[in-house]
Unconditional design. Structure first.
Lengths: 196, 196, 196, 196
DNA sequence: AATGAATGAGCCTTCATTCAT
DNA sequence: AATGAATGAAGGCTCATTCAT
């Protein structure tokens, strides 16, 4: 096993460890030491590779965002109509990979991070815009622009709401139940428009 | 200039300061010193009255929760039908007092706190249960039990979702817009049921 | 009940409380607040009367020392021979008033205080000298000066040793057992001399 | 200039520094900063290696207790009769290493610590039991069980008494003088028994 | 490539003490 | 005579970060 490429492995391990640690604690109050320990390396190495704790957090965010993006794209490719594409985005949000509690708790933590870190806010904004564009673009083929925007807003809020409630372990439907509620919302909105 | 009866004043001031500080920073990473400074007292006094940082946080949570509860109750008293009562709860959530950005950011921070503090989790659970009961009870007069529960879940998630998005300053409708979207959701759900 | 004389009462109460608090904790790490609370007054009053925490400690020491001195004197008055007088001093050390665990623990704490406070050291020295003089004076009537000094040293050490062991709750004889061991020591020393 | 293997050195240095600091002040009211300063390191390092102030204290106690134990064992090995073995224990107590004023003052402080810390109490109890067993076992070969226990109690108290008086810098015989007084006590007790 | 060693900065918390009433 | 109000000062502890190896 060549030592070559260790850097990529370490970085990835550390990012994983960071997500798990954040997810497990449900907050950003995790120490670099704890992350490094979980990744099986020294805290010094974490700094060596990332430069600072914030950079580790940002890398973890990018990972989650990019995993989600990849999943969305894959599902979009398989969809064959605007409605299916919107449903694909919803399905991705409640996919088993994304809706794991630790991941969701990390999401929530990153929302908090975005209040302090400009870069975190930027990452989140980029992701939110892309998602919104996607939703609006597909909805636009079914309803008027204004309505499309409104529905997109509602869908996004509903998804975020279920996320936060899931993270808090509140009494909440299971994954499929939540997905169905969101899809129902979509359906109702579209029906209402078409019956006008 | 010490005067008697300052304790209540100081406690209140400190709780206010804590909410503002938490709201401003968007997280619980605020120092007791900063809170005390904002309240115009020494950090020692904050500990003198509250015993610990956590107790200050919990007091702040109780304040927000209780303010919200009071507002809800007032609005419920003025409502005259089940639908109006559900709308009253929605309206309270988007009332000017509750939907102030700092308050909402504090809410979010408390959600995070609930992941670490048992007492915070308990407070939140009590509040959530009460809200849920209220929604379900009133919806129950309009639709069947199962549907009432589903609608309540959807409404709560939608509200929480708009909260989080508001806190993040994402591109999001204004207060009235959000309220309308939630009310529309309620209306659609009810119509769908009655048209069955 | 006239308010006159409250000062004396308060001072006495506070000194009692200090001894109890020190005795209970087994160290000087007691707060003025705790002492005041035990005495049923405000911490401010404690300062008002004593000026500082150290002064409270010193007053407590004086009280214990003076109580002991009074007891010794009383017992000495009742003794009718040098041997009886030495035994009286021993008996006083193991008298029920002095050998209460709290008092003994306070003694120990004051020994520690004497390492930091010049005044405490002085008080202890005065007491030790007086005790030593008393012992030596009476022993001197039975044995030579040098021997008297040695026996006095041994007695004092033995008593202090039992005190410390008592305070530590180590496996140790009961009060009477200890007293007997000390008296035996005295007896053996005297016999040894007389048999020379 | 970081080198590997410093941990053992630092720990040892810090324990030394703690003993000196405690011995110099005659109490446990020493700061971690002062200990660290004396050891030539930062306060943070002391916490890094020991975790807490209490652990530093306990480590210091263990060091003193173990040094004493080692010395006792060495002396016991060289003794060739029960009496010599008892004398060896006495001699160890007044050996130059153990009877250094700072060490003795630290002893006293640890006695106080034992009143608050369960672990300190345990350490002291273990040491006291072992010493007692040793004394009783050897005395048992010379006198009956009950007498052996009494003599052991007397010896232990006498030694502790001289310790405390030495720590307080009271007018007290020198090391050899004290040792002789304790040995005399032993001798007198044994003679008394054999002359029965 | 990786780490043990080490620290500065900062936070929570405690407490003796002061002061106006 | 007594206290509630308030704080300065100090200590324990944590942690991100640096550095030499």
């Amino acid at each position: 096993m060549p030592k070559v490429g260790m850097e990529a492995v370490r970085r990835s391990d550390l990012v994983d460890a960071a997500i798990q640690e954040i997810g497990a604690s449900g907050s950003l109050e995790v120490t670099v030491s704890a992350i490094a320990r979980r990744a099986g390396v020294s805290p010094a190495l974490a700094h060596h590779y990332f430069g600072s704790k914030d950079q580790i957090f940002l890398a973890a965010m990018r990972r989650i965002l990019s995993d989600f993006g990849t999943d969305v794209r894959k599902r979009l490719d398989e969809a064959e109509s605007p409605v299916e594409r919107v449903q694909a985005i919803i399905a991705a949000s409640f996919g088993p990979d994304q809706f794991d509690r630790e991941i969701v708790a990390a999401w929530l933590a990153f929302y908090v991070l975005a209040q302090k870190s400009a870069e975190a806010a930027r990452l989140l904004r980029v992701y939110a815009r892309r998602l919104d564009s996607n939703l609006v673009f597909n909805l636009r083929q079914l309803v008027c622009e204004a309505t499309a925007r409104q529905i997109a807003q509602g869908l996004a809020a509903l998804i975020d709401g279920f996320y936060i409630r899931h993270a808090l372990q509140e009494h909440v439907p299971d994954r499929e139940g939540m997905k169905k509620l969101v899809c129902d919302y979509l359906e109702m909105c579209l029906e209402k428009e078409s019956s006008k």
